[in-house]
Design a protein around this ligand. Sequence first.
Ligand code: PEP
Length: 249
Amino acid sequence: MRRPIVAGNWKMNGTRSEAATLISGIVAGVNSVNTAEIVVCPPFTLISVVADALAGSGIGYGAQNLNVHDVGAFTGEVSGPMLRDLGCTYVIVGHSERRALYGESDDLVADKFRAAQQHGLVPILCVGETLDQREKHQTEKVIIRQLDAVVDTVGIEGFNKAVIAYEPIWAIGTGMTATPEQAQEVHRFIREKLSGLDRNIATNLRLQYGGSVKGANARGLLDQPDIDGGLIGGASLQADEFLNICRAA
Ligand code: PEP
C-alpha cells in the first residue's frame, strides 16, 4: 500500500515572515488531512524558519536542490550534509527549471540523486517532457532517458528510497494541467518500465504528478491508480489551497 505524498515546491518565494505565516497556516490545518504525507520544500534561506514551525507537526521538509559535493570551494552551493544538518528529509532533484535554466544534464541529476541518498535524503526525482516533445510523440523516449541515467548511476535499488514526480513541462505554472488520463498513462508507463527491472520496487515506489495542480483539479488526478500524490508549485504558496490538495490525496 503506497501512502500518498504531497510536496510543496515554494521555488524562490518568501521572506522569513511570509514563510512563518504560510507554514503556520499549513500546520493549523494539518489535522484535517487524514491520509497523505505532507512535505514542504522552501528556499534554502527559509528552511530553518520552517523547521522550527514544523516541530511535532508530522509534516516533513526538504530542499529544492543540492550540490553533488559535500564541502569545498563551490561558491553559492549547498550540499547534502548541510541539508541533513538542517533536518531535511527530502530534496527535489532534476526539476525542469533546473534542467532548462541551469543546464542540469541527466547525468548531473543522477549524481545529485546519488549524493542525496548518500546523506540519507530522499530524492524527489522530476521527469517530464516539453510540449514539443509530446507533440512529436517523444514523451516515453524522454522519460526513459531521464530514468535510465539514474538507474545507470545508482541501480534500480536506488528507487527503494525515492519518489518520482512526473511533471510535463508544458503544465508547470501554465494553468494547463494534464488530464487525469494523460497523467495516468505516463505514470503507468513509468511504473511498468521500472517493474521490468524490479517488480517489488516499482510496486512500492510513489509517483507524484506535478503541473498546475489546484484544489479544484486535484481529486481527478490523485484518484488515478498510479498517481500517489502531487508536487505542487504555485498552489503550495496558499495554505488553504495546499491543504485542499492534501485532503484530496
Ligand atoms: C512545479 O514547479 O513543480 C510545479 C508543479 O509548479 P505548478 O504547480 O505551479 O505548475
